[in-house]
Design a protein around this ligand. Structure first.
Ligand code: R2B
Ligand code: URA
Length: 335
């Protein structure tokens, strides 16, 4: 088995030698080849799909019969996902500026579904996923199929999000190394036909190191790495005291949050576990990069002004923007 890492940054001291979806790593871990084709495109593992006459990506408003997906999306290298439609349109505009691509023609490519908003700028897809795991995983699974049908080569998927921080200044950024679920396990647990299916939720270490390296050059804010708890609720599920219901005390809350801190958790949001689990299952490199809007050891409410919140939400975009431009620089130096 030979290394087939499609490196974006050259290896530096102390970095992992390979991405997690490298054939050498995958073979060691699972005893099989990774689910990708020799051209780097995603090989879908679901055998039932071959029985479909054509595939309807219902929530994207696209399908394999009426759309030429390879022509529309074959050149996609990066998918950036985030909660809101507004933020992902802003990201599309931002990346257009970074890559010096005109953005006048920005159209919502999923407009027929009325569910999500997806924009394409050169090799970048910018798409929103809504709030929470179910909304995110529906989008993510259809995006994985879309990338596979389009034969996109070695794609990467980023989530640029918001979160509550643990013991770090608000406005800091966290690049997640793993996701932790609500029962403090590093897995995404989903009931399938009456039984819980557990999928490990660990992010690609090498990709994290590359992003942290680029983030370390930012002077306006600090970037941390560590665990990210993905809760299924914003209020009690994140040990808040300010929801409509609350059956625990403030000291219970602090005791729980301190347990998370001791475990190495740096922030709490609502998607990390499933995002890490499904991207890894698909053999796709992925990273969750979130800004923290509040230090949860100090308060529950998100109180910064609208303009500060908007400025902070640009921070994950800046890191991912740098990463994407490194890739494009590398590409143009080869051609
Ligand atoms: C962070 O912010 C949203 C909740 O306000 C949720 O999508 C998340 O993960
Ligand atoms: N998003 C969350 O899920 N939690 C927070 O505290 C802030 C944003």
């Amino acid at each position: 088995m030979a290394c087939d890492c499609d490196y974006i940054l050259p290896t530096m001291d102390g970095w992992e030698q390979h991405y997690q979806n490298c054939s050498t790593v995958w073979f060691k871990e699972y005893g099989s080849e990774p689910p990708k084709n020799t051209d780097g495109s995603i090989r879908l593992r679901n055998k039932h799909l071959s029985r479909l006459h054509y595939d309807v990506l219902y929530h994207l408003g696209l399908d394999t019969e009426n759309y030429d997906l390879p022509a529309m999306f074959g050149d996609v290298k990066f998918v950036c996902m985030g909660g809101t439609k507004y933020r992902m349109k802003e990201f599309a505009k931002y990346i257009a500026k970074v890559l010096k691509i005109p953005d006048e023609g920005l159209v919502n490519l999923t407009k027929h579904s009325h569910r999500y908003a997806m924009y394409k700028v050169g090799p970048v897809l910018s798409v929103n996923h809504g709030i929470g795991i179910p909304s995110m995983t529906i989008l993510l699974q259809e995006v994985i199929k879309l990338l596979s049908y389009a034969k996109a080569k070695d794609p990467l998927i980023f989530r640029i999000g918001t979160s509550g921080g643990l013991n770090i200044p608000s406005g800091s950024v966290v690049v997640s190394s793993w996701g932790l679920n609500g029962t403090l396990k590093k897995s995404y647990d989903i009931p399938v036909m009456g039984k819980i299916m557990e999928i490990p939720s660990i992010f690609d270490k090498r990709l994290n190191q590359e992003l942290l390296y680029l983030a370390s050059k930012e002077e306006k804010f600090s970037t941390y790495t560590g665990g990210t708890m993905a809760a299924d609720d914003f209020y009690q599920g994140q040990a808040r005291l300010d929801g409509p219901f609350c059956d625990y005390t403030e000291s219970d809350k602090l005791c729980f949050l301190n347990t998370l801190v001791e475990m190495g958790v740096k922030n709490i949001e609502m998607e990390a576990t499933a995002f890490a689990a499904f991207t890894r299952e698909a053999g796709v490199r992925a990273a969750d990069v979130c800004v923290t809007l509040v230090n949860r050891l100090e308060q529950d409410q998100v109180t910064p002004s609208k303009s500060v919140l908007l400025e902070w939400q640009e921070r994950p975009m800046m890191i991912i923007g740098k990463y994407i431009s490194k890739y494009c620089e590398k590409l143009s130096s080869v051609h």
